[in-house]
Write a protein that binds this ligand. Sequence first.
Ligand SMILES: [Zn+2]
Length: 330
Amino acid sequence: MSGQITPVPQIAGNAQLLSELRQMKQKSHLPHALLLHGPEGCGKKLIAEWFAMLVLCEEHGAAPCGHCKSCRLVRSHAHPDVTAAEHSGKRGGFSVETVRQIRADAAILPNNGDMRIFMFCDADGMSVQAQNALLKSVEEPPAHACFVFTAQVPGVLLPTLLSRMTAKAVFPVTRSECIEALTRRGYPADDIQAAASRFDGNIGRCITYLEDSTVREATDRTAALTAALADQNEYELLRLLTAAAAEKEQLRKTLELLDIQIRDAALMTLNGDFSFMGCDRDSAQRLSVRLTPRRTSRLHGAIAGAFADLDGNVGAVLTVTALCAALLDA
Ligand SMILES: [Zn+2]
């Protein structure tokens, strides 16, 4: 279930960012290259879509109207002047051929309106070659071309490319804004509470949790695993890992999430400001109490070892048995 598609994307939080983009539009100072950066699931792609509507809206207002032909085409991902670069390769990058094609397309005048928009979503895996191939177009873009990138951190892009862009941070919203957004989408209240307690204000991750049963099972199990690890409870640790091992995909997802929980627990010990990417703050907090850098590194190493075992076709049960011992010894 994903609820109805509204005429304009409903974006939770991030009022400052939206207001800045609106002002740019009003002053006719829209950037030719925009980077939206922030953690996975915080709404970067939705804001990119809203921005494309803003740029192309036929009403030329300070916000997309949602009703003109252009807005409707962007919203239904069918606008002839909006091109989403296709990913290729294992790391979710873009091939040099794709970039060259987009460079050629950027030279062509728009079909409908004044601008053509080229989207590079999830650009975190974009190779140096692909970035270099795009550099010239971003440096000296045709007047009608606009490039929009989304990435988790700006540092994944080359400084030469980055220096030509307007970079804007997208932030996760508060837990109550998150609950409100999920309620608008029509999810049952109990499910919303469960999702929001796992991922705070990260709406995208909440939605994945609500819609993907593999993720949900792995998430709930990972929370219990983190608690068992914090308590050094061998029986519980082995029981949970063995249950996950019944299915390899489930086991991989669970280990991936557990690795992030350990990373977050380690960051908690530093008392710094960081965006929580795990799936259960309480158990991560408990784990953080007795976490030293050395133990953190060993815990990550134990999980890396389990992945290596799975890649080397070691049986799942054998893998988790060794992992359990390694986690307890770390
Ligand atoms: Zn419009």
